[in-house]
Design a binder for this molecule. Structure first.
Ligand code: 8LH
Length: 467
């Protein structure tokens, strides 16, 4: 029994037959144009709802001269002004605690989550029961597409606090009938315990960040376990680039001998797992009937053609407490047209989300994204498990150095090993970089999202501005 209504409402007893590939075959495989027609209708309903219930949107659209009834096509929708995260933050500061974009009565808010960022004012997510359930149902659907079934034991290995990602994975796994193991992450010494518990509990599926999976593999080896023998069948990821970055992906596949799935978008638009492609293939699908994704020109916020790069702009189609309508991500991706060959007729991001616009830096005229450097460095034999990307300024010119840990490289070959990585960076990225080899375990490991870029230019700027 398929449901697709506004406001969303799901039969909680429904679950497909184990062998069924699609949770909701019609919604997932219908011709994309037909789905777009239904999405347009849903967008109008969601906008109408926000107009009537969330003063934030009414103010914003009034200023732009837009009324929900004026949206007659998906092209019209591109004229709706984007929402920036700073606006949400400012609105929440003014209308505490959930902001004037809360569209449900405050008494209905039954769950509080928040941004995981450590800088600036955190943003609170106020979630009503209806949204909590529709996120659970949506995640169950996407996780079903990853091949997760009721006989799986799903380890949630990211922080179980404010971070929506962990709770989304938890309630999705629970909804599809799997056994959920909310081990979390982030407590000192926890990783070694995770390895032991994984074996004892017969964990078959891992959820966390790619950086953490690689750290877990290292710790497992240190504890005398081969990560491939831990019994994982699949790992799915969100939170940072990695699962669609070839070198990172193959390190994870090789370590665990399991299927790897990319997923994730932004906590504000949970179900963030509206992405997730085929088994052992990089890339992610945009599940448009859950969160309508437009890959847009970062200057005009209009959709770019398929085949082109842009920034995702997200609209939630199943959220009633804090609906997000054209939320600007600031991330970068390239999208491809829906194709029936992929089974699900959704647009496709072949390289996933590979960076953020503001992470890009320019070295001698070349634009560089950290994930492209990660890909080169982590593909090297002898890579020791971590690296840092250091951008500095020498006499008005930006320079790049990459400190790379090595392991099992004979001391006499370390310099030529580093030279090989520098050559590869030059040929792949078109930039010269100094590669500095450093010993294994020089850098701290992360249990959440990695921060590998060290921007010395910021330090310089600060020093220059100090009287
Ligand atoms: C990603 C990815 C990915 C997120 N590939 N970059 O989707 C997970 C949610 C819960 C999450 O991480 O939300 P949060 O903390 O708001 O962070 C969102 C940012 O994280 C997003 O804008 C991206 O820059 C990044 N991200 N999933 C690459 N699969």
């Amino acid at each position: 029994m398929e449901q697709w209504s506004w406001p969303p409402s799901y039969d909680e007893s429904y679950r497909p037959e184990i062998a069924q590939r699609f949770w909701f075959p019609r919604r997932e495989t219908m011709p994309a144009e037909q789905r777009d027609e239904a999405i347009l209708e849903r967008i109008r309903q969601v906008m109408e709802y926000a107009w009537n219930n969330a003063p934030f949107y009414r103010r914003k659209w009034d200023e732009a001269g837009i009324h929900p009834s004026s949206i007659r096509s998906l092209e019209d929708f591109e004229k709706v002004p984007v929402v920036r995260k700073e606006e949400l933050r400012a609105d929440q500061a003014e209308h505490e605690p959930f902001g004037s974009y809360l569209a449900a009565p405050p008494s209905e808010v039954k769950h509080i989550n928040g941004t995981s960022g450590t800088t600036g004012r955190p943003t609170a997510f106020g979630i009503n029961e209806r949204d909590w359930r529709s996120v659970a149902n949506a995640h169950a659907r996407v996780m079903w597409a990853m091949g997760i079934r009721p006989d799986d034991t799903v380890l949630v290995a990211s922080p179980l606090s404010l971070y929506w990602g962990s709770w989304g994975a938890y309630i999705g796994a629970e909804r599809l009938g799997a056994r959920v193991f909310p081990f979390g992450a982030g407590t000192p010494g926890q990783t070694a315990r995770t390895v032991r518990w994984m074996k004892q509990m017969g964990v078959t599926v891992f959820y966390g960040t790619p950086s953490y999976a690689l750290h877990l593999a290292e710790v497992a080896r240190d504890e005398g376990f081969d990560p491939a023998g831990l019994g994982l069948r699949a790992l799915f990821f969100s939170g940072e680039p990695g699962a669609s970055v070839p070198a990172i992906r193959s390190r994870i596949v090789d370590a665990f001998d399991a299927q790897v799935y990319d997923s994730g978008s932004m906590a504000e638009v949970s179900p963030w797992m509206h992405l997730g492609a085929g088994a052992n293939e990089p890339g992610v699908l945009c599940w448009q009937d859950l969160v309508y994704t437009e890959v847009c020109d970062p200057g005009t916020y209009q959709r770019v053609d398929y085949g082109c790069e842009g920034t995702p702009v997200y609209t939630t189609l199943e959220r009633t407490s804090q609906p997000m309508i054209r939320l600007l991500s600031g991330d970068l991706t390239r999208w491809e047209a829906p194709s029936a060959d992929r089974g699900r007729t959704y647009p496709f991001l072949p390289r996933g989300i590979y960076g953020r616009i503001d992470d890009m830096f320019t070295v001698r005229g070349e634009n560089v994204y950290p994930s492209a450097i990660d890909d080169v460095v982590m593909a090297a034999d002898g890579y020791g498990g971590e690296h840092r990307i250091v951008i500095s300024r020498e006499s008005a010119m930006d320079t790049l150095a990459v400190q790379v840990e090595y392991k099992d490289v004979p001391e006499s070959s370390v310099d030529s090993w580093a030279g090989g990585i520098a050559d590869r960076l030059r040929s792949v990225l078109g930039i010269g970089a100094r590669v500095v080899p450093v010993e294994h375990q020089t850098f701290d490991r992360t249990e959440f999202k990695a921060r590998r870029v060290v921007d010395d230019r910021d330090l310089l700027r600060r020093l220059e501005n100090t009287p």
